[in-house]
Write a protein that binds this ligand. Structure first.
Ligand code: FE2
Length: 474
């Protein structure tokens, strides 16, 4: 390609496309990185009340959150029988636990007697005994003990096991689904699972976990991480090393969408900048952005004559990663080493693809509040060859007004700065939506196609749920 992009296309940024950038890379480009399906999702405005109204929030609770697979924890959070991890969404609470046979179950975290939550902290137990009256369940969910069992004749001969949600796994993650008739997770996640197979997420560990409360609807929070062009104004410091407005977007199936932004290439908004400047940016920022030190150390890396910054930095990353993990990365493509390759699984998860340590996001409503949400920011790192699995990082919880830069060790980090910039917009998005004069939001046609699709899927599940509810019995 000549670097001028798709001649005559008025519906894309006029500069290089993501595929144009890949054509100049040092390794063959894996097919899965090519532009995928672009369904016509229209250009209709979307009602601002979808982010603010209690009624719409309740529709989502009833018809969306009750039907979808949701990431609950990592398998490494519950390695041994009796280990359990509490997953909460809306007002629901599940005990996700490892059973004696090595399986995983998710029990509703409610005593079947008077309704007290059985557990309120993660841990390991040989039984789930209610702290109120002492009725207990085995870790396989069956009723174990009732101190006044003689006074519950109505339980005689009944199955008083704890009710369960469905459980499935992918890539070392445990997922739950409240719908007893849900199809297996693989049905939904397939394109993502296929593309991630080479990155062996089963053998990664959680190296970082930050949980942040934000004063905005869960969708506004999610959508802040579903396009790259907000970098122009929200993250101007990253423009030397991120091709933002010419990112690639597609929707692989109804449940999986993705966006790719090239690294080691400047934003088209900067125009042409010296390649050495890009190298300086990438080597200065990369340690914090990717959660691991770059090869080359503190000394300035000088771009060899005739080489591009992207190829040069990719090679440094390739060598660094080989040394760090003990796994030869010589065949790794430049894109899989440098680029922001974000896959979303509807409705509330995003997984970054690539060989190095990679981010994972999860978004949820904050309890039953339409006007606030919770974002989990996790990093998952490859386990070095032959090394034991490190313990998963515990969560660091941040309240509404606590920035990532307040966390010990994150002061001055480029990663914390980027997230804090994102979170600085969002309370003003929510109050702006509440203040809207025309009551609608406009998404762009291509760049924000994934966000519009998120809304289409929510509408579809609400419509399907309402149709099922109102259907006459036959
Ligand atoms: Fe951002």
């Amino acid at each position: 390609m000549d670097g001028t992009g798709p001649v005559g296309r008025a519906d894309r940024h006029p500069g290089d496309t993501y595929e144009d950038i890949l054509e100049r890379d040092s390794r063959p480009v894996p097919d899965y990185l090519r532009q995928g399906r672009i369904p016509d999702v229209g250009v209709q405005p979307v009602l601002a009340s979808r982010y603010t109204s209690k009624e719409f929030f309740e529709l989502e609770a009833r018809y969306v959150w009750s039907k979808v697979w949701q990431m609950a924890c990592r398998e490494e959070d519950i390695p041994n029988p009796g280990d359990y991890h509490i997953y909460e969404i809306l007002a629901k609470s599940l005990i996700v636990t490892r059973t004696a046979d090595g399986g995983i179950k998710a029990y509703y975290n409610t005593c079947l007697h008077r309704g007290r939550k059985l557990v309120t902290l993660n841990g390991c137990k040989s039984e789930f005994r209610c702290p109120y009256h002492g009725i207990a369940w085995n870790t396989d969910g069956t009723l174990k003990d009732n101190p006044i069992g003689w006074d519950f004749p109505q339980w005689d001969g009944q199955d008083m096991s704890l009710p369960e949600a469905k459980v499935d796994t992918w890539g070392g993650f445990v997922f739950i689904n409240f719908d007893p008739n849900a199809k297996p997770l693989a049905h939904f996640i397939k394109p993502l699972a296929d593309h991630f197979e080479k990155f062996d997420w089963q053998n990664r560990y959680r190296s970082m976990w930050i949980q942040k409360k934000v004063r905005c609807n869960w969708k506004a929070l999610t959508e802040a991480f579903m396009e790259s062009h907000h970098s122009i104004t929200t993250h101007p410091q990253i423009l030397p090393g991120l091709a933002d407005a010419n990112s690639q977007y597609d929707i692989l199936n109804d449940w999986v969408s993705r966006q790719f932004s090239a690294g080691g290439v400047p934003s088209p908004f900067l125009g042409q900048i010296p390649e050495q400047e890009i190298v300086d940016y990438m080597t200065g920022m990369a340690g914090s952005r990717r959660g691991r030190p770059m090869a080359g150390g503190p000394e300035r890396a000088i771009l060899p004559e005739g080489e591009t910054a992207r190829r040069f930095v990719a090679d440094m990353t390739r060598q660094g990663l080989t040394a760090e993990t003990g796994v030869d990365h010589d065949d790794a493509s430049d894109a899989e080493l440098l680029d922001a390759l974000l896959y979303n699984l509807f409705p509330h998860m995003s997984f970054w693809a690539g060989h190095a340590s990679k981010l994972t996001y999860r978004w949820r409503p904050n309890g039953l509040d339409p006007n606030s949400g919770i974002m989990d920011i996790m990093m998952h790192a490859p386990i070095p060859k032959g090394a034991p699995r490190p313990p998963p990082a515990p969560v660091t919880e941040l309240d509404f007004d606590e920035p990532l830069s307040s966390i010990e060790g994150q002061q001055g980090s480029g990663l914390a700065a980027v997230f804090d910039q994102d979170f600085s917009n969002l309370p003003h998005v929510q109050t702006g939506l509440l203040a809207s004069g025309n009551g609608v939001v406009h998404f762009s046609k291509y760049t924000e196609m994934r966000i519009r699709h998120l809304h289409h899927m929510i509408d579809r599940l609400i419509a399907e749920g309402q149709a099922a509810t109102t259907a006459l019995p036959v």
